[in-house]
Design a binder for this molecule. Structure first.
Ligand code: BGC
Length: 814
């Protein structure tokens, strides 16, 4: 580690080759060595210690107090000697607030990779000691908003802008997108994930990866796989059938890998059918690489798994954040013959394959000055496209021209939430509140009401806001204060003095904790219910309207109150331009076109997962390997398991198959205009490996708008049971003027129709009659057409791995 270059090495490939081989100089225009040659030569120059120091990350580098870092077992950098310590101290100056860094050895041509969260924008430290300059990043709309847009072009654009901040602030890989399935409404990180449906998840993630990576920086799709809860996330054993894994939990990752080749994949914290995902050869090698052709490297989630050697052998190339003792462990294991050095070399070659593409390796001179103004415009528009109009009685919205003065109720109107908490929280320069959005949109607001709310919020914040989520508290995540009780008299006074009421209901959650099926979380509190009722009644008494805005990251109960106000807009957590985006929609500047990518059940108990989420403790005598509960830990490791007994019946696949009514179904969303569907055509009535579906969509209303068109397929039940219907394609029209028609077409392949047959470990399209259903939601089907499959089609064999060790008593058979 002598002669460490002070600046990151900016060695061209040719120079590097000559440096490592000592054969030729840079000036003689030699033939460029191939990446493989560069990688091979780099590895050949490295000592075993250096290899281990690249494979194991350089430790905790988050903006946390030292005492806490110590508690997490970050280790002491001095353990690996002064050179290592000096190197680590140096690379940590590259980007304060990055989640992790990899070692650099310039003399061997190894540059550092700066790894940064993700996924709603770049998460870095906004201020630096001794500097005036600020380093804010754009808080883009959360993943749930983007998925609700059903617009992959839009998601690409958001990714492009986000990736530009990654590049311009000097990071190499964004730890995003998050793409776990929203299995249960209460997962605390649902806001970071796209949908309950794997097709929507996969397509959104692929678009995001392509957008980010178009900047020449990398992504890390996470958390691979079956990490659908936060409760005991570091030790929970997810027990799930191979079919549900392939069709639901792996499918989105498969689409993202095949369509977009993310530079990296982050394995998850949990165990999957008995094995930590980061130690699972079946998952990381057989499936990810052999079945799907993934070309990049795999890193652990921060502190995931417990056995470095097993991780290396499984194909988990890099351990993050890494501890010095893990470096020593790896070196000893090689010396003692417990692991072949060739495995380390293979993992390193995958890490270096990506390194060669990074801005750091190429010596990109980043500006630390991305165009935040332009990105604010991107986020403002993207958010409006993902907002979902849930109710709009008697065309209460858009706001009519006679409304000049608006009373904003609900704490969150003044303290709007841009995004969730934890590592997915971005340090943005500002969040536009609903109040500011109203004012920016030219509406007058009520000064008296504003003062009442602001005083209340200030006083509540001064008392300290309670949260069970220690990570949110630690990272200063924004937790809404308890709703302010409102007197009927004040509601009436406001109704007399204002033209309209907006009532915001807010929720927040994030990494480190799941939500609860209680008032104040999934359900509204009595104060919130009274707020909606009293304000609506007071305004109705004056012939004025009351509109509810939901500023939430995941589903809540709506069935008991949504018919009270005149309209309900689901704004989600829309990023830093929040208030402006909401007002763009409420005022009609933008016609809402978002649709739900997740079902809203009537009550939590209706969710198919409500009986099993978030799992249960396992008695210590049932744990076969107590040692694997050890390891670097953000959270206490409790022996825990969760059984996915709903199997493939996740979300609408369950509600629609078992006729369980929901508050709002998957795919639902209103518009200020109407659309008519006609002319559904199939390219053939017999399926022969591919089918084209086309349909006309006409705007029959009086304002311009966009429609999300959803294509579902119902398959025959022969050998394998099937859900009532499954989404097989989707698209979104351009902005259609009144009377304008668009024709959308979709191609359906065998892989889109196939079910996973565990008996043969292959994808199967069964012979029989199928129905294509094209509609505006999973229930509102407007056109159908039939086709048949003459004989069974084998849509591909895959590795027979990850079978559960125990038999699962399935919900559908109970
Ligand atoms: C989270 C990841 C995140 C990582 C680094 C972990 O606790 O689960 O999503 O990327 O920390 O901050």
């Amino acid at each position: 580690m002598k002669n460490r270059l002070k600046k990151t090495s900016l060695i061209s490939k040719a120079c590097l080759f000559s440096l490592t081989l000592g054969v030729f100089g840079c000036s003689s225009q030699p033939k460029q060595p191939s990446d493989e040659e560069v990688i091979k030569n780099t590895i050949s120059k490295m000592t075993l210690d250096q290899k281990a120091e690249v494979l194991i990350g350089t430790g905790m580098f988050m903006d946390l107090p030292d005492s806490i870092k110590k508690k997490f077992g970050g280790g002491d950098d001095n353990e690996l000697g002064p050179d290592y310590k000096a190197m680590v101290d140096h690379i940590r100056t590259y980007l304060p607030g990055a989640a992790g860094n990899t070692s650099e050895f310039p003399e061997a041509g190894v540059t550092c990779q700066v790894l940064t969260d993700g996924p709603a924008g770049l998460r870095i430290q906004p201020t630096r000691k001794g500097e005036e300059k600020t380093y804010y990043c754009t808080a883009f709309p959360i993943a749930t908003v983007l998925a609700s847009s059903w617009d992959t072009d839009l998601v690409y654009k958001v990714g492009e802008a986000m990736g530009n901040e990654v590049l311009e602030y000097g990071s190499d890989v964004l730890l995003a997108p998050g793409m776990n399935i929203q299995r249960d409404p209460l997962c605390g990180r649902n806001f970071e994930y796209y949908s309950e449906d794997p097709l929507v998840t996969g397509k959104m993630a692929a678009a995001m990866v392509k957008g980010i990576q178009s900047n020449g920086v990398g992504t890390s799709i996470k958390h691979f796989a079956a990490n659908n809860q936060e409760t005991n996330r570091m030790s929970v054993n997810t027990i799930v059938s191979q079919r549900a894994l392939r069709e639901i939990y792996l499918k989105g990752f498969e689409i993202a890998v095949k369509d977009a080749q993310p530079w990296t994949v982050m394995s998850s914290y949990n165990k999957l059918n008995g094995v930590y995902t980061s130690e699972s050869h079946g998952l990381l090698t057989d499936i990810l690489r052999n079945d799907w052709g993934f070309e990049g490297y795999v890193m652990t989630d921060w502190g995931g798994g417990s056995d470095v050697i097993a991780q290396m052998k499984a194909g988990n190339d890099m351990i993050q954040p890494g501890q010095p003792k893990q470096v020593l462990e790896l070196v000893n294991a090689v010396n003692e013959g417990a692991i072949d050095e060739a495995i380390l070399d293979k993992n390193l070659s995958r890490i270096f394959g990506i390194m060669l593409k990074t801005p750091k390796y190429k010596g990109y001179a980043y500006s630390s000055d991305p165009d935040l103004k332009a990105h604010a415009e991107v986020t403002r528009q993207a958010a409006t496209d993902g907002m979902v109009l849930l109710e709009n009685r008697d065309q209460a919205l858009p706001i009519t021209a006679d409304v000049k003065k608006v009373a904003a109720f609900g704490n969150t109107s003044y303290d709007f939430i841009a995004g969730g908490t934890g590592s997915g929280d971005v340090n943005e320069a500002y969040t536009i509140s609903l109040l500011e959005g109203l004012e920016n949109g030219g509406y007058e607001t009520d000064a008296e009401l504003t003062e009442i709310y602001q005083k209340y919020i200030e006083a509540e914040r001064a008392k300290g806001v309670k949260t069970d989520n220690w990570l949110a508290a630690l990272m200063n995540g924004k937790i809404p204060v308890t709703e302010m009780p409102l007197t009927k008299a004040l509601a009436q006074k406001m109704a007399a003095e204002n033209d309209m009421a907006l009532i915001t209901i807010g929720r927040n959650s994030g990494e480190g904790g799941d939500r609860k099926p209680e008032a104040g979380d999934f359900y509204l509190t009595d104060t919130e219910k009274a707020l909606i009722k009293d304000v609506t009644e007071a305004f109705h008494a004056k012939g004025k309207k009351a509109i509810v805005v939901l500023n939430i990251g995941g589903a809540i109960e709506t069935a008991s109150w949504a018919n009270i106000p005149d309209a309900v807009l689901l704004a989600w957590q829309p990023g830093q331009e929040a208030g402006n985006s909401v007002i763009d929609v409420l005022s009609g500047k933008v016609n809402p076109s978002g649709k739900l990518a997740v079902s809203f059940p009537v009550s939590y108990d209706d969710a198919p997962t409500s009986k099993t989420f978030p799992g249960h403790e396992i008695k210590s005598d049932e744990v076969d390997n107590a040692a694997d509960l050890s390891g670097f830990s953000f959270m206490k490791r409790t022996p825990w398991e969760v059984v996915y007994d709903e199997d493939i019946y996740v979300g609408y696949r369950y509600y629609n198959t078992f006729d369980v009514p929901v508050a709002y179904e998957f795919g639902y969303g209103l518009s200020y205009t109407n659309f008519e569907y006609s002319n559904l055509k199939l390219s053939a009535s017999n399926f022969d490996g591919e089918l084209t579906v086309s349909v006309d969509v006409k705007n029959t209303g009086s304002v311009a708008g966009r429609e999300v068109v959803q294509v579902y397929a119902s398959a025959p039940q022969v050998k394998l049971e099937k859900p009532e219907e499954e989404l097989v394609a989707f698209g979104k029209t351009k902005l259609l003027n009144p009377d304008e028609t668009a024709t959308l077409s979709f191609t359906i392949k065998a892989t889109d129709l196939a079910s996973f047959n565990e008996a043969t470990s292959s994808w199967l399209v069964e012979a029989g009659n199928y129905t294509v259903k094209v509609g505006a939601s999973s229930i509102k089907i407007n056109q159908t057409a039939d086709f048949s499959v003459a004989s069974d089609i084998d849509a591909g064999d895959v590795s027979n791995v990850l079978a559960p060790e125990v038999s699962i008593e399935k919900l559908s058979q109970k």
